[in-house]
Design a protein. Structure first.
Length: 206
């Protein structure tokens, strides 16, 4: 099998245009971690670090003595997050009130048994309290609206407004108040104005 690269094989899901589009997202397998609080804090950083450590252990498992059955080469998928509010009576301006499920898509060959093995291996090399909380789950989003957002995360409301207007024009509406963000840029190495983030929310016929 040729190397699986999300930028080539899954352009419709990971590289949308800067205008809203409707898309059907199939069930996909993810390593997930849940949390809440300000994403600029240390806890969030540890959650993300645990997901990346685990994901790269899976990716590099072809070098191990027990290569997983069905292993194929692939590019590690980007970090994603589904965002909500802990207290729905507050606005999104209070980042300490954020609730999130962070995740990284995993290859099809990864089973629950293999995931447990890799978590144990990572714990020995890079201890992280969140590793034991990682769960492997197939996530089915279905019908969604999405677009590419350029710039600061704080400016996302303008893009969401554009997406909702697009849905209204096409007789769709949001079916869920949560939304997904897919991070195509590393904020530690990218200028804020050049950050690329896929924004997505679930929709249904109006």
């Amino acid at each position: 099998m040729d190397k699986v690269d999300y930028k080539k094989q899954f352009k419709d899901l990971y590289l949308p245009k800067k205008q809203p589009v409707l898309v059907t997202v199939p069930p996909l397998r993810f390593a997930m971690l849940e949390g809440h609080g300000d994403p600029n804090g240390e806890v969030f950083a540890e959650v993300v670090a645990a997901l990346y450590s685990f994901s790269y252990a899976v990716k590099m498992s072809y070098k191990s003595k027990a290569v997983p059955d069905g292993y194929y080469d692939y590019t590690v998928f980007p970090l994603e997050g589904v965002w909500d509010l802990v207290d729905k009576t507050k606005t999104s301006a209070d980042k300490s009130n954020y609730a999130y499920t962070m995740m990284i898509r995993q290859p099809d060959f990864l089973t629950a048994e293999l995931a447990a093995r890799f978590i144990m291996e990572v714990k020995k090399k890079k201890p992280n309290d969140f590793l034991d909380q990682i769960r492997l789950e197939d996530y089915d989003e279905g019908s969604c609206c999405q677009m590419l957002h350029l710039g600061s995360y704080d400016d996302e409301p303008a893009s969401f407004a554009q997406m909702e207007a697009f849905c209204s024009e096409h007789d769709y509406r949001r079916s869920d108040k949560t939304h997904r963000e897919i991070y195509l840029s590393d904020p530690r190495r990218t200028e804020t104005a050049k950050l690329k983030t896929v924004l997505r929310f679930k929709v249904e016929k109006a």
